[in-house]
Design a protein around this ligand. Structure first.
Ligand code: ADP
Ligand code: MG
Length: 445
């Protein structure tokens, strides 16, 4: 992995930041890397984590997150007087003695860095509200949404903000997985009293990815009691999950109903404008590392258009673009983008379905879907039907017989005839050509 990273980050970055990394454990997608200082870890996390995750994943290891831990034995690189070496001992202490220390908050995840758009404005507003640390009005705040839509980002932002505004508050952020781990460890070490004590003395408890405890009965039980104890004391609880409480399978009903009694807000999938906004803000961040690199017009729009799955992938793509561009000394233009992101672009190619095409085409011609698929032979149905068949052939990987089946069980020769007819009309009939262009664009967006 280091060898591959050398190719992407260049010799200088490699020697300074990548070479000294010492691999540690891989656990549930979290890869620990040992670093000589906290500063070093932060820098690598901010500048190379997507690249590193990308390369780890490329080897077949499932990695979703990097965790930086201080290296106790100095690595050869750390023996050189690194600029931040003095931080080591000082920074190592709180982690060692604080009972509440959890995953360190990611410095990138602040409200300042969170781009707000239609899909996430409610979640953002709710997060802002609890981050004020005022009297508890909704409990719990339950944030849910698909992977990479910003749940963890918002939770870290809340924790940071609370920390700044109300340093006296005891804020505990952890993943549901860490909650379980600590619970199991407390059971094993017969330290349940301490465990309860810690969790019941916090002012704000944040549990990320709570779906993780589904099906884990004793952990759920303990979570339920912790939850109730805190709610009784009017302490704020913030929970995230990948779906709504009612939809988490194997979660006890009493836990579900507890989770449902606060404010539930979801993060919707990103739209084009939000993705573009996020890209623009991430370019500003990259600029700090690569002040000389320009991004050509159209590149961000292209990425926002093509990479729709998840913000993490979008960010990773951008990081890679900058790293590649600086390595090969080229401008970030469409050519470089295509070269360097071929795999990402291929993976995110949108699969267009026959049903989607049928729906769009019937809408476009203002006819009923059932009439378009059905047996009617009227020209006003037959032509749209042929257009839809043509688009299915062009835009999906379905075979002619498969397409025929989905158009009311028609024969593949009928489909072939329809496709040919449209191919002819595309040349001779301006209206059809225009319809096709409009439909294609609508389907690809
Ligand atoms: P989740 O926890 O929902 O899976 P994360 O919070 O880990 O997602 O977000 C994935 C990545 O996308 C993070 O690097 C995060 O900073 C970034 N991200 C997501 N939404 C936004 C946003 N609205 N503005 C800026 N960055 C975002
Ligand atoms: Mg998350």
């Amino acid at each position: 992995i280091k060898e591959r990273l050398l190719k992407t980050v260049g010799q200088n970055n490699y020697t300074t930041w990548i070479e000294p990394l010492v691999p540690g454990a891989v656990e549930d997608g979290i890869v620990t890397l040992k670093v000589p200082t906290n500063f070093f870890g932060n820098y690598v996390s901010q500048n190379f984590s997507d690249l590193i995750l990308h390369e780890i994943n490329a080897t077949g290891t499932d990695a979703t997150r990097l965790n930086f831990a201080l290296n106790q034995q100095p690595t050869p690189a750390a023996e050189k007087p690194a600029p931040a070496a003095r931080q080591t001992s000082a920074a190592a202490k709180p982690a060692a003695n604080s009972q509440l220390s959890t995953a360190p908050l990611d410095p990138r995840f602040s409200f300042d860095n969170f781009v707000v758009g239609k899909p996430n404005e409610l979640a953002h507003a709710a997060a802002r509200r609890v981050a004020e640390g005022g009297p508890v009005t909704f409990n719990p705040l339950f944030l849910y949404g698909g992977v990479g839509l910003g749940k963890t980002h918002l939770m870290h932002a809340i924790a940071r903000e609370l920390h700044e505004r109300k340093p006296e508050m005891n804020v505990l952020y952890l993943s549901a997985e860490q909650f379980m781990y600590r619970f199991v460890q407390a059971l094993r070490d017969r330290k349940m009293m301490d465990f309860k004590e810690i969790f019941r003395s916090v002012d704000v408890l944040m549990v990320d990815d709570v779906q993780f405890i589904a099906g884990k009965d004793s952990t759920q039980e303990e979570f339920f009691h912790t939850f109730n104890a805190l709610v009784d004391q009017h302490k704020q609880i913030i929970i995230s999950a990948d779906r709504a409480p009612g939809e988490i399978k194997d979660l006890e009903d009493r836990v579900k109903s507890r989770l449902q009694c606060g404010l539930i807000v979801d993060l919707h999938p990103t739209d084009y404008e939000l993705r573009l906004g996020i890209l623009q803000s991430k370019v500003d961040v990259q600029r700090k590392t690569y002040p000389d690199l320009e991004v050509a017009d159209g590149v961000l729009e292209f990425l926002a258009h093509r990479i729709t799955s998840n913000v993490r992938v979008l960010e990773g793509a951008l990081t890679r673009l900058f790293a590649f561009a600086s390595l090969v000394g080229r401008e970030i233009d469409m050519g470089l983008t295509q070269d360097c992101l071929a795999d990402v672009l291929r993976a995110s190619e949108r699969k267009i379905s026959v049903e989607e095409i049928q729906r769009k085409v019937s809408d476009h011609y203002n006819i009923r879907l059932s009439d378009m698929i059905g047996p009617k032979r009227l020209r006003s149905y037959a032509r749209p039907r042929q257009v839809a068949m043509y688009l299915c052939k062009q835009m999906t990987s379905r075979s002619l017989p498969e397409i025929g089946r989905r158009f009311g069980g028609r024969d593949h020769t009928t489909v072939m005839h329809g496709v040919r007819r449209i191919e002819e009309l595309k040349v001779s009939d301006g209206q059809i050509a225009e319809d096709l262009e409009l439909l294609r664009r609508a389907l690809e967006s």
